[in-house]
Design a protein around this ligand. Structure first.
Ligand SMILES: Cc1ncc(COP(=O)(O)O)c(C=O)c1O
Length: 494
């Protein structure tokens, strides 16, 4: 491999190495699965410092082009040869109206945590990342700040962490100050604080259908009436949204604009602008949940909050999907008059978020390990998403349709109307495969038959899990086919 370096050029050497390797990969001279030269040998060969090669490899890794395998070196990512994975998501556009009452969040959460802990269980249900490799080391360093950790904190959280988050958000196109931020116990608490601030019992609230079941549960608890507007590939159905904004005058629109849970879809830029324009026209606040931020394989549009000039959007993020759910560190951006009221509500809930958890997240951000951890996660997740989609193409019947998310942790499989998805979820569990039944993501707990599958798993578990699900799907389709043909014979014999 020849890499020519121009030492007179203003372009840094590490970028020259990066560009040359990128073009070798694009041209096919380096192919998916190929091993890159070791850091030491390339540094010697080019007569540069090892750190220069590490920096070049870090940028290629962040581009999603190469990945590091522990103990074996750097390899060209295999997803580069799988660009033909096609999403087939095309759901019916039916609005769901849900009156107050009913809440199964508690039972559902507890049952899944217990099932997940069973030995040998293939968990395609929960969405959380592999723990960072250096968590112990970083935590030890964070715990050294005894003076800060031993005192009570402000309800909005530590200033140093709020500054770091504000800086991180600037890279996403969201220019906020630490004074607009409140650190929360996961994003679930942020959603709860915002929803209880904006919504009174009996108020109408608009959500995407399907949407995150934990948000539905909060709204059910508040006694809200929920309108589920269907999702399209580019985001919420705007025609239906406008119709219901006009007729029902809702008090809040809840949207997961980027790497939506459960579909994995990202609302397009044009759609974001129109959504905000409608919210402004009908003076309806937006709650923008960006729980999967940082897990995108490709650039994503800036948050809707970045377009907000009238303090209409409350923005929510979290570190539970990128670092560890158990840290319970999330945050919200609240600009304008609502900040103080939400902060006071936060204080009476739990005083403040654990100073230990805040210090650990802060140390991850300060040390640069967070950025490296994210690029590692993205590289692993791209591969496992591809492995899952390829396995579905092999094992699933043609009637199943799915999204191919450009990030996040899971994808959404839409099934034919006659698949008994509740029964199938139980059958899969009896074969040690835990999936998330799609009905949980619809406000009326019904919707069309579907399942959410987490791809952040080992290739072996994905292969095994998808083959079990494929067999179950085919069995149920054969059964429904038999029923139809029996009916058909009956009609003819009358
Ligand atoms: C879209 C979305 N928002 C919020 C949450 C809550 O996450 P946490 O409270 O762990 O940050 C989740 C968890 O699954 C989620 O998927």
């Amino acid at each position: 491999m020849k890499i020519f370096l121009d030492r007179q050029s203003p372009k840094p050497i590490y970028l020259q190495i990066h560009d040359r390797l990128s073009s070798l990969i694009k041209s096919g001279a380096l192919q998916a699965g190929d091993r890159l030269p070791s850091i030491r040998s390339l540094a010697e060969n080019l007569q540069v410092n090892k750190l220069t090669v590490i920096e070049a490899y870090n940028v290629l890794e962040a581009d999603g082009v190469i990945c590091a395998r522990q103990g074996s070196g750097y390899f060209v990512n295999t997803h580069l040869v799988s660009a033909n994975l096609k999403p087939t998501f095309a759901p019916e556009q039916e609005v769901i109206i849900k009156e107050p009452g009913g809440n199964s969040f508690f039972d559902m959460h507890v049952a899944r945590v217990q099932a997940q802990a069973q030995p040998g269980m293939i968990d395609l249900s929960f969405g959380f990342p592999c723990p960072p490799k250096n968590i112990m080391q970083i935590s030890k360093r964070a715990l050294k700040q005894v003076d800060v950790l031993c005192k009570y904190d402000l309800p909005q959280g530590q200033l140093v962490l709020r500054r770091q988050i504000a800086q991180m958000l600037v890279h996403q196109g969201l220019d906020v100050s630490p004074e607009d931020l409140i650190i929360t116990n996961g994003s679930e608490q942020a959603l709860s604080l915002a929803m209880s601030h904006f919504v009174q019992p009996g108020d109408w609230v608009i959500v995407e259908a399907p949407t995150y079941y934990g948000a539905i549960a909060i709204l059910e608890n508040l006694g809200a009436k929920i309108i589920g507007i269907p999702m399209k590939a580019e985001g919420i159905n705007l025609e239906l949204l406008e119709q219901y904004l006009k007729s029902h005058r809702p008090k809040l629109i809840y949207t997961i604009s980027t790497l939506h849970n459960p579909t994995g879809l990202t609302t397009t830029q044009a759609h974001r602008q129109k959504l905000l324009a409608l919210a402004e026209q009908y003076e309806c606040p937006i709650l923008e949940d960006n729980a999967y931020e940082g897990l995108n394989f490709e650039p994503v549009p800036a948050p809707i909050k970045a377009l907000d000039k009238h303090d209409l959007v409350t923005y929510v993020g979290t570190f539970t999907k990128t670092l560890m759910p158990g840290l319970r560190v999330g945050y919200m951006v609240v600009t304008g008059k609502h900040y103080q009221a939400i902060l006071e509500r936060k204080l009476v809930h739990d005083i403040h978020v654990s100073t230990v958890s805040q210090a650990i997240v802060s140390e991850f951000l300060a040390s640069g390990h967070y950025r490296r951890h994210l690029s590692q996660l993205r590289a692993e997740n791209i591969q496992s998403r591809n492995i899952m989609v390829q396995a579905m193409e092999r094992y699933f019947p043609a009637e199943a349709k799915w999204t191919v998310p450009k990030g996040g942790l899971f994808l959404w499989v839409q099934l034919p109307a006659d698949i008994p998805i509740g029964a199938m979820t139980k059958e899969a569990l009896s074969q040690n495969v835990l999936i998330f039944c799609g009905s949980a993501f619809f406000p009326d707990k019904q919707g069309y038959p579907a399942m959410r599958l987490t791809f952040a798993n080992s290739p072996q578990d994905i292969e095994q899990g998808i083959s079990v699900l494929g067999k179950l799907l085919k069995k149920h389709l054969d059964k429904s086919g038999e029923k139809i043909s029996k009916c058909y014979t009956l009609v003819h014999s009358i």
